[in-house]
Design a binder for this molecule. Structure first.
Ligand SMILES: Cc1cc2nc3c(=O)[nH]c(=O)nc-3n(C[C@H](O)[C@H](O)[C@H](O)COP(=O)(O)OP(=O)(O)OC[C@H]3O[C@@H](n4cnc5c(N)ncnc54)[C@H](O)[C@@H]3O)c2cc1C
Length: 389
């Protein structure tokens, strides 16, 4: 039997005053992709009322390619009940880097990746299927943010509006939140494109992430995904050519979906693959029917992540804060880590009465360096590859 002195002492009225519960902070997350959906699930689990406003209609076709997640991001997902068996593209941790000359391998290096590969589609499905009914509001494009009655107020393209205590903008590379909160930071096209494709037949010889470096201005990555292969071919491309190939300039069409990929763009990629890749890989590219593309973009490094709006707050996370070049492998990792750290700060506020401004300031101070590092690393990696302008 438990003796009285073994029991955890009951909270005295004085201690209860020292650790008050802050009033419930209502959170609006803008953007229901990887960062926004992760943030919403973490905040819901921590007890916050959350609504996710997503511009894309529920039925809009969406999808994306291979994404490497490092251990901290995988651990966040694990804590949300998203185990690796549900999201892994392939189990290997090995990256093989092959230098090519005249389409033949002349040097191979191997290293281990401190994480695993998933795909945008696998991870997005795993996240969004866990959102309780009614949390995700598709077809809600945010166009403005004001302070109304002392609280942040979101305005939508469909003329609706909604109030919250904290607005978390996770609305991606062309973020409306960034335009409203930090308007001086504009996207700049880096002068090259990540052409992507999924094949629906796997190669029995390919188990790892394989990177081929044929020479300046070009890189090819290929890896297994469930039921096939995912590849990316980076090629230098003038902005005017991008517009011609994908129907809009790079800063407007930051993702070219399969329906945007013109026959001219397909022919260009096929011709380059034939010119620089070993025959088997060129054949993989040629056989790929589903293609996409993403122009590589730069932005000035962020200097802050949170802004007061009336008596409430607005914050930028993920690509909304800092879209980084794909070679850094940090975009989704940063978004997930920022979402997890934001949940910690808000929990300290809600559960233990921490001052919200101080908690958000601490969050920003801890998270900004990783975002700044990745923004600065991108052009260095691009220069090493000889890609872009
Ligand atoms: C070729 C390539 C390879 C990559 N590889 C890696 C990798 O290995 N590792 C890694 O960590 N990252 C990688 N990335 C980056 C990663 O894909 C992105 O960083 C990540 O997907 C960004 O997620 P997000 O949720 O922040 O933004 P997004 O995925 O862009 O989502 C933004 C969401 O907001 C919505 N939205 C936009 N505007 C509004 C609005 N006004 N109102 C409401 N909703 C709005 C959009 O519809 C979208 O759903 C790669 C990217 C590319 C292109």
């Amino acid at each position: 039997m438990t003796q009285p002195h073994d029991r955890i002492p009951a909270t005295t009225p004085t201690e209860a005053l020292a650790a008050p519960q802050a009033s419930q902070t209502r959170v609006a997350v803008v953007g229901g992709s990887l960062t926004g959906a992760t943030c919403a699930l973490l905040l819901l689990r921590a007890g916050f009322p959350v609504t996710v406003y997503e511009a894309a209609p529920a039925a809009a076709p969406r999808g994306g390619g291979l994404i490497g997640l490092e251990h901290p991001a995988l651990d966040v997902l694990d804590r949300l009940g998203i185990g690796q068996q549900e999201i892994l593209a392939h189990p290997s941790e090995t990256v093989r880097e092959v230098t090519l000359r005249d389409r033949q391998p002349i040097h191979t290096a191997r290293h281990q990746y401190p994480g695993r590969n998933t795909t945008w589609s696998l991870l997005h499905h795993a996240l969004t299927r866990r959102l309780p009914d009614g949390v995700l509001r598709p077809g809600h494009r945010v166009t403005g943010l004001t302070a109304h009655g002392g609280r942040p107020h979101l305005l939508f393209a469909n003329h609706r509006h909604a109030a919250a205590d904290l607005v978390v903008f996770a609305d991606g590379r062309t973020s409306t939140g960034r335009r409203l909160l930090d308007p001086a930071r504009r996207l700049r096209y880096a002068g090259y494109v990540a052409h992507r494709g999924h094949t629906d037949h796997a190669s029995p010889h390919l188990r790892d992430f394989l990177r081929l470096e044929p020479g300046p201005g070009c890189q090819y990555n290929v890896a297994p995904i469930p039921g096939g292969l995912d590849w990316t071919l980076y090629l230098t491309c003038a902005a005017a050519d991008y517009t011609h190939y994908f129907g809009a300039p790079p800063h407007r069409r930051t993702f070219a979906l399969p329906r945007h990929v013109s026959d001219t763009a397909r022919a260009l990629v096929d011709a380059h693959a034939a010119l620089v890749l070993p025959a088997a890989h060129a054949a993989t590219v040629h056989a790929t029917t589903v293609r996409m593309a993403a122009p590589v973009m730069d932005i000035d490094a962020p200097t802050r992540m949170a802004w007061p709006i009336g008596a409430g707050w607005a914050a930028l996370i993920g690509d909304a804060l800092a879209p980084v070049r794909p070679h850094t492998g940090r975009g989704a990792n940063n978004g997930i880590e920022q979402a997890a750290a934001l949940t910690v700060a808000l929990t300290q506020h809600h559960r233990w009465g921490a001052d919200l401004a101080t908690a958000l300031d601490g969050w920003q101070r801890r998270q900004l360096p990783a975002a700044v590092t990745a923004v600065r690393q991108g052009p260095l990696l691009g220069a090493h590859l000889g890609t872009g302008s």
